[in-house]
Design a protein around this ligand. Structure first.
Ligand code: COA
Length: 208
């Protein structure tokens, strides 16, 4: 994508995530985007921003198969499912007070033996896509998950979505298959490509 702002996540001090810093800026966009985006665990105060980002895609895109905005109570229950440690994480990218995107890891399927697999998800504010924010968030999330008892991260991508396919491939996800016409939204069916990313086996460590 020629000329786009390319951002690179760095994960040193301060804190575990550090900053997403500009690598090669296009000046007009840099003025709008700012050059320093902070990636951090989400706070409750971020939930309104997160809902705004996600509801845009609920209304306009097959990227999510939800078709109605979530209630505040549903959002709160969703938020409470994440923690500062463990498999289920919620990270945001902030530009000052503004949240430009989020990445999460959630239960893949509820049955107990699936617990070592998580489903990851990334949503970027519609006006901020294509500038490396998704890469910074997914990179940070995977760094965190690598320290947890997670063996596989899975992601389902409704097709077509070249940005999401590229993003996941860039971070080591492998296409394992495509379900045809797995969802129906906007009066048509959508195929879903499933991707998985492997982590080292931590079962011996966890057992000891
Ligand atoms: C998909 C999404 C998360 C990607 O995040 P992003 O910040 O826009 O992506 P990045 O700028 O970090 O780019 C990631 C990679 O995708 C590529 N890419 C970005 N936009 C692209 C596009 N429209 N077409 C093709 N490739 C694209 C980038 O070039 C980059 O690859 P590279 O490192 O090889 O150059 C974001 O666009 C988004 O939120 N989209 C709408 C919601 C959605 O689809 N979420 C995912 C559901 S599975």
């Amino acid at each position: 994508m020629p000329g786009r702002v390319r951002l690179r996540a760095t994960f040193g001090d301060p804190g575990r995530y550090g900053f997403v810093t500009s690598r090669c800026a296009r000046p007009d966009t840099m003025e709008r985007m700012d050059s320093r985006l902070r990636i951090a665990p989400a706070d409750l105060d971020d939930l309104g921003w997160i809902a705004g980002i996600y509801h845009h895609y609920v209304r306009t895109s097959p990227a999510t198969f939800e078709v109605e905005p979530r209630t505040d109570a549903t959002w709160r229950a969703w938020f409470d499912g994440f923690g500062g440690r463990g498999r289920y994480r919620l990270l945001v990218a902030r530009d000052g007070e503004r949240v430009l995107g989020y990445a999460s890891s959630s239960t893949y399927r509820p049955r107990a033996a699936y617990a070592s697999s998580v489903e990851t998800s990334v949503y970027i504010d519609a006006g901020s896509t294509g500038h490396g924010v998704g890469s910074g968030l997914l990179g940070a999330l995977l760094i965190e998950l690598a320290t947890e008892d997670v063996h596989r991260a899975c992601a389902g991508i409704a097709l077509p979505n070249p940005a999401s396919v590229r993003l996941h491939e860039e971070f080591g996800y492998r296409h394992v298959g495509t379900f045809t016409e797995q969802g129906r939204k906007f009066g048509r069916y959508w195929d879903v490509a499933w991707f998985e990313r492997a982590f080292p086996d931590r079962s011996a460590e966890e057992a000891s």
